[in-house]
Ligand binder design. Structure first.
Ligand code: GCU
Length: 742
């Protein structure tokens, strides 16, 4: 039997040392694992979060090795690169911040006084992904470390961090010539040493398999199999292998079959099973990415509460504990490596290594159905042969390592839909932010309909969509870019309708379930955060939009009154929105019934506001309550005002309808040469402020088409501070003098 010792206590953290020699003796602070040195500065919005090499030192008690035993250190995650030294000798280097790796220390230990030292580095470089992305690259030994002593004959410890056992169930569903689903289960093991056989047990049946050149296989047949059936019945089997000489490994696995149809979407075990869910980053307030199991578990409870049945675990390999939680809760997973935003010539090998580790370490999880090759890799790189080859090779590697799953990519909205890049993975998916970063929400519908019509045989998904919301910000007239909860709700209401009308979307993933740290951001009233989450980064606040998804996806009866944080209202009559999965909702004002509505998910009431009111929503036995108050002046705390915003003067109601304005689309304005000339000058300045955007706009017909549908105001908002408010007002005044052509 192998012996495992957790090594998470009594580490000395040395923030800086010029080299391993200095680090081995330097003073430091006592820490326990998981640990990150960016738990605070990685979330506070400065670009100054510490990136460099830090050191972790441990006095290691050497295990007594007998009979050819071997000893390994096992690291579940060291971000982003780690060098492992024992007693001054460098034993291992690992490049990639999200996967498990080991260091063989057999024969390297002294009787006593062993000093284990790990140099961990999260600094900029041009070869280890990720290097450019919208999330904080925390540094540290942010997952657990353990010492593993194995018998001389043992299951593989040196193959991409794997466990040496792989289970491939092949399900034959009922109806394919059978009354009940059955399964053929192939169990493969890899062994190091001289073992001659292994006993493999599945579902109470044990087979002895001969080990030949370090490999053995046994095939089991279950006449009647208990399927792993997603959230309805995530049933798991266990496979156990005992090697001659005593080593034992166990893994659980699930028997399921899935397929993806370009017209009908995702099928699980033969039935339509539309994947509707969210994405998740692995961090939270105060802890950074050094998460405890309890934090993982709590995240899963939030996800289950809204009834999501799928998770995109972006943008890297997540902790085993979390994939395990997905298996046990029946959540279908998109797993991926951090080949993201910008292609690096020097990063090719790293993409392959990170993919090998992701697949080898996670092959047995029934929840995982696809491997993500990259995310928005053309956001800051052009599609050239080198980038294409890197993807083709990654795609081939995935299929070589795993014949049972699909490959996928998440593409940036600007990527032309006829790009050769889209022909590489088995299935496609796009990240679209129409109605947030650019354009109008409805352009999402148009994009997918156009794509689906052009490529009816391609499986298309919606891998990211979202709008930032700060729970402090509110408005009776929510608008794109105001960071209000009310706008986030409108945005997601639109997207849910859009999704419901397009069952051929094989999977959709809200970006994001949780607000997360993005060190480069400083917007929406928060430093260093991306606030597209349905829940805040501290997990303390479920935003109103959280309950919209619960109303759509959860069977747990509830009623939720939106606007609990929108107390001060200037309106004479205010809109009160209720989300519920119940068919009838009654609204009471100060205990008096105002109105009962029959509806579906979204209920809107018009409530007169004269003073302080207690608003109660009732749906059967379920109720919710908020308080609102009439005020004469808008509560300034509700407003996010960015320097240079178009505020105050801009009100289309006052504009001359027979003349152009910045409220018209670029396509409409283009009909008038005079108006178009004025606008072209301004948009050139806006786009030219970022040369790369100007080129990509000019050379990108899809983007051109999209721009034509955007209002001039939307486009100018994208230009940020390049165009001053007074310039926009002058432009609008000029357009208001030009009569529209019919
Ligand atoms: C992109 C990217 C995400 C990012 C998101 C956003 O699609 O994939 O990593 O956080 O947009 O801008 O919120």
């Amino acid at each position: 039997m192998r012996k495992v010792t957790e090594l998470n206590q009594n580490w000395i953290f040395v923030k800086s040392a010029k080299d391993a020699g200095e680090a081995a003796a330097a003073d430091g602070i006592l820490v326990s694992l998981p640990h990150t040195w960016n738990a605070v500065d990685g979330q506070d919005g400065g670009n100054d979060y510490y990136r460099g090499t830090c050191w972790y030192r441990l006095a290691l008690d050497a295990p007594e090795l007998t009979g050819g035993e071997r000893a390994y250190l096992e690291f579940d995650g060291a971000a982003m690169t780690a060098d492992v030294y024992l007693n001054g000798e460098k034993l291992a280097r690992h490049e990639g911040g999200y996967s498990r790796f080991r260091a063989d220390i057999t024969g390297k230990m002294a009787k006593e006084g062993n000093v284990l030292l790990v140099g961990v580095d999260n600094s900029d470089n041009n070869r280890v992904y990720p290097q450019k992305a919208d999330f904080t690259f925390y540094g540290g030994l942010y997952r657990k470390v353990r010492l593993v002593v194995v018998p001389e004959n043992h299951f593989a410890m040196e193959y991409y961090g794997g466990d040496g056992i792989r289970v491939t169930p092949e399900v034959t569903l009922a109806g394919e010539g059978r009354t009940k689903a059955g399964a053929e289960i192939t169990v493969e093991v890899w062994a190091e040493g001289s073992a001659g056989y292994t006993d493999i047990t599945v579902a109470g049946e044990t087979r002895r398999a001969v080990v030949t050149e370090g490999y053995a296989k046994a095939v089991f047949y279950l006449e009647t199999v208990h399927l792993w059936d997603g959230m309805d019945d995530p049933y798991l089997y266990t496979a156990k292998a005992e090697l001659e000489g005593g080593d034992v490994v166990e893994t659980y696995f699930g028997c399921r079959s899935f397929r993806i149809d370009s017209q009908k979407g995702f099928f699980l075990n033969g039935r339509p099973y539309p994947l509707r869910g969210v994405s998740r980053h692995q961090d939270r307030a105060g802890a950074g990415n050094a998460l405890t199991f309890d934090m993982h578990r709590e995240d899963m409870e939030f996800i289950k509460e809204i009834g999501a049945n799928t998770l995109r675990l972006a943008h890297y390999q997540h902790a085993q504990e979390f994939y395990d939680l997905c298996d046990r809760n029946g959540i279908i997973v998109w797993a991926e490596i951090p080949y993201i935003t910008m292609h690096m010539s020097g990063g090719r090998e790293n993409t392959f290594n990170q993919m090998r580790e992701l697949v080898v370490q996670n092959y047995n999880h029934p929840s995982i159905v696809c491997w993500g090759l990259s995310n928005e890799i053309t956001a800051a790189s052009t599609v050239n042969e080198e980038l294409l080859e890197n993807h083709r090779e990654l795609n081939r590697l995935c299929h070589e390592l795993d014949k049972t799953r699909k490959t996928v990519m998440a593409n940036v909205f600007m990527l032309e839909t006829d790009s050769p890049l889209l022909e590489i993975p088995d299935i496609n998916s796009y990240n679209l932010y129409f109605g947030w970063y650019v354009g109008e929400m409805g352009q999402t519908d148009e994009f997918f309909d156009e794509y689906h019509k052009t490529y009816p045989d391609r499986c298309i998904g919606f891998s990211e969509y979202g709008a930032d919301a700060n729970p402090a910000y509110h408005s009776a007239d929510p608008d794109r870019g105001d960071y209000t909860e009310e706008y986030q709700c409108l945005y997601h209401e639109h997207m849910l309708r859009m999704i419901e009308e397009r069952p051929w979307l094989w999977a959709t993933h809200v970006w994001n379930m949780f607000d997360f740290a993005a060190d480069g951001r400083d917007e929406g009233g928060r430093h260093g955060e991306n606030q597209k989450g349905l829940v805040t980064i501290d997990r303390q606040t479920k935003k109103d939009a959280f309950y919209l998804y619960k109303a759509y996806w959860s069977g747990e009866a509830f009623v939720h009154l939106c606007g609990s944080r929108y107390v001060d209202r200037t309106e004479e009559v205010t809109r009160v929105k209720v989300y519920s999965n119940q068919p009838y909702v009654s609204l009471y004002v100060d205990g008096q019934l105002l109105e009962e509505q029959e509806g579906s998910r979204i209920f809107i009431f018009e409530v007169p506001v004269t003073g302080v009111h207690r608003i109660t929503a009732q749906a059967g036995a379920y109720r919710d309550e908020i308080t609102i108050k009439k005020v004469t002046e808008t509560n300034k705390d509700y407003l996010f005002v960015k320097e240079g915003d178009i505020v105050n003067w801009f009100d289309q109601e006052d504009f001359r309808k027979d003349c152009y304005s910045i409220g018209d689309t670029l396509g409409e304005i283009a009909k008038s040469p005079e108006a178009n000339a004025i606008v072209q000058k301004m948009t050139a300045k806006a786009a030219g402020s970022r040369g790369d955007v100007a080129d990509s706009v000019k050379d990108n017909p899809a983007l051109q088409r999209m721009l034509q549908r955007m209002t001039l105001q939307s486009m100018l908002k994208q230009a940020g501070d390049v165009i001053k408010p007074e310039e926009i007002k002058a432009l609008n005044d000029a357009l208001q003098k030009i009569k529209k052509v019919n």
